[in-house]
Design a protein around this ligand. Structure first.
Ligand code: GCB
Length: 618
């Protein structure tokens, strides 16, 4: 019997979608004990911690296994590994920026932390939660494996069997492997630094036996803003999922500011939610109103701050709360200056958003992978729209169904974590993936998956332009599936010079909103010369002037905004021009010391003008 490739892919799709159901969201408002702080580490390039001298996998009790923390009782006892304060590292944080010897390291590092058992009652369970670890993580507690996770930018958790926890000195060991592989997401080739380590928060969640695991609470996406404004009646809907099925239970949803107090009957492990509210203030970029929402289950409060808004595409228009939206965007990597390391904290997020606000931006493209949760929470409270993306970047192994499953898993984890953030308006399933039949199937499957996971948001991917008979033309078959046509273009940097923008013509096969998801040119701060000089601030300034002139005067009328590449110069192993780059991609508007380049002010001026045109309509 012959099975069609598309049927097989569909079957794999279903498998992918049922994976990672166990993610616990909104950990911030749950009972927890932080495991951040000082950890020990062992660098293990030969993977001795996991394999013996015959390269056989070590068995669980092997004293030479690095998941077993040596405890000597006799003078003659010995091992060839151990965890010591001599080798300590801060969590959260990447290892590259903390340990000079690990700057370029890609491989296995073992992390260890000892902790005492917190108060856990007989009606509670403990879960170990990681905000993100790059890339493959295997977690051991007191010598027993708790689980394994792949993916460098999404959260995961494992249940801790109660019999494993001792009163004192529990040894938590995490094996991290950040080697790059052709069949992973991302693949071996990226234009960013492959930071390794436990890059985000780690905590022990202490939860009742039955608890709310995930939920989605939002304004009904079918809301007609004019009708609801007139009737002062807003429908809020969604669902709540429990960690296990319950019978004859109730869940209470409270939004005190809206005088909402509604009870829903639980049967099984999920509950549909729908109720009406009056006097709702919509979330928008000008008025990022968030409400305290309490999901009360078995007398435990789970509080979130949620904004209510609609985001839609109608023909070629992009609408926030029913009004035309222009995206004054900027791309960001998850890197913070002046230390140049992975960003992770709310302080880091506020620093990055400070620059975005100074630019008069109203949108960020969090490229090219999900950033830490503080970023989306800060965006929610600051009124900045977020493009959330999975690292399906460039040349993924598109024909491989296992790779599709990995992408689906990351998509699912990203959506689960961020689906209650009003700021997140678009799920991006990838960046600049080269057109082929296999790729089209892979990518369109991801678009469909994103829509199934969350029918309330838009889905896109950053596409490439094709130069066709003098016209910059978008006809990538993926454009058929995405809600908006998002395009990366570097006219004036790769290829010609910026004056090429004066005569460039643009066209798209798709009658959809047209968004420039990247454009940019490199400049080294302090290198000042005539505008023709590549890498000079003047060249980059010229580039921005020509691009903006093109957007204003010669762009199709369905142009809905731009997110230039990129806010800050970022580290990349691919950028080795010894005079200007030195391991940095210099397309930032700000350098790694915080200096603003001339082009920053050109984009800022464009955004100020746009903002003035918008007035207070949002
Ligand atoms: C792109 C990529 C981005 C690169 C950028 C560049 O199109 O999406 O990841 O860093 O170009 O600087 O070339």
């Amino acid at each position: 019997m012959r099975i069609k490739l598309s049927t097989l892919l569909y079957l794999f799709t279903l498998c992918g979608l049922t994976a990672q159901e166990n993610l616990i969201i909104n950990t911030e408002s749950r009972k927890s004990v932080s495991l951040n702080g000082t950890w020990h580490y062992i660098v293990d390039p030969y993977e001795t911690g996991g394999y013996d001298y015959r390269l056989k996998e070590r068995n669980e009790n092997d004293p030479g296994a690095y998941w077993n923390v040596p405890a000597f009782t006799k003078k003659s006892d010995w091992t060839e590994h151990g965890y010591s304060d001599k080798y300590s590292i801060q969590v959260p944080g990447d290892w590259n920026s903390q340990v000079e010897a690990l700057k370029y390291y890609e491989g296995v590092v073992w992390y260890h932390k000892s902790f005492d058992k917190p108060e856990i009652s007989a009606t509670e369970d403990a879960y170990i939660y990681f905000g993100a670890v790059n890339y493959k993580t295997t977690v051991y507690l007191n010598g027993k494996k708790l689980g394994m996770h792949k993916g460098g930018f999404t959260p995961f958790n494992f249940k801790v069997p109660s019999e494993l926890l001792k009163e004192a000195n529990n040894n938590l060991v995490v094996m991290i492997d950040n080697k790059r592989f052709i069949d992973e997401i991302p693949t071996t080739n990226t234009d960013w630094w492959n930071y390794g380590g436990i890059t985000r928060d780690v905590k022990l969640l202490i939860l009742p036996k039955q608890f709310v695991k995930q939920y989605h609470i939002q304004l009904d996406e079918k809301t007609d803003i004019a009708v609801s404004t007139k009737s002062n009646m807003w429908q809020i809907k969604g669902w709540v999922k429990l960690n296990e099925a319950a019978a004859n239970d109730k869940i209470l949803i409270e939004i005190p500011e809206l005088k909402i107090n509604k009870e829903f009957k639980v049967s099984g492990d999920s509950v549909a939610i729908a109720f009406n509210a009056k006097n709702l203030s919509l979330w928008s970029t000008k008025n990022p109103k968030l409400y305290n929402v309490n999901l009360k289950y078995k007398n435990v409060d789970l509080i979130d701050k949620i904004g209510f808004r609609t985001i839609k595409v109608e023909g070629e228009r992009l609408l926030l709360n029913g009004k035309d939206l222009f995206l004054r965007g900027i791309c960001l990597h998850e890197e913070v200056i002046p230390e140049v390391r992975r960003a992770h904290s709310m302080k880091d997020a506020l620093k990055l958003f400070g620059y975005v606000k100074e630019l008069h931006g109203n949108m960020v493209r969090l490229s090219h992978y999900p950033h830490n949760e503080n970023m989306v929470r800060a965006a929610d409270s600051l009124g900045v729209l977020v493009w959330d993306e999975i690292p399906v970047y460039w040349t993924i192994d598109f024909g491989n169904s296992e790779v599709l499953k990995k992408a689906q898993r990351q998509l699912k984890e990203m959506v689960a974590r961020d689906r209650n953030r009003a700021s997140v308006f678009i799920w991006s399933v990838g960046n600049e993936t080269p057109v082929s039949e296999k790729r089209n199937l892979f990518m369109s499957t991801l678009v469909k998956n994103a829509k199934e996971l969350d029918p309330t948001r838009l889905v896109s991917a950053a596409l490439e332009v094709r130069y066709n008979a003098g016209v910059n033309y978008v006809d990538d078959p993926l454009g058929e599936y995405t809600d908006i046509v998002s395009l990366n273009e570097y006219l004036g940097w790769y290829g010609s010079t910026p004056d090429g923008c004066k005569t460039a013509e643009w066209g798209s096969k798709y009658k959809k909103p047209f968004f420039i998801s990247e454009t940019g040119a490199e400049a080294k701060t302090g290198f000042n010369d005539s505008k023709e000089s590549r890498f000079s601030e003047e060249y980059q300034e010229w580039f921005y002037k020509e691009q903006i002139d093109m957007f204003k005067n010669r762009f199709p009328k369905n142009y809905v905004g731009v997110s230039p590449w990129i806010l800050i110069d970022f580290k990349s192993p691919k950028r080795n021009n010894p005079d200007y780059q030195n391991g940095f991609n210099r397309k930032g508007l700000i350098d790694e010391h915080g200096n603003k380049k001339k082009a920053f002010y050109i984009l800022q001026q464009y955004y100020i003008e746009q903002e003035q045109k918008e007035g207070n309509q949002y």
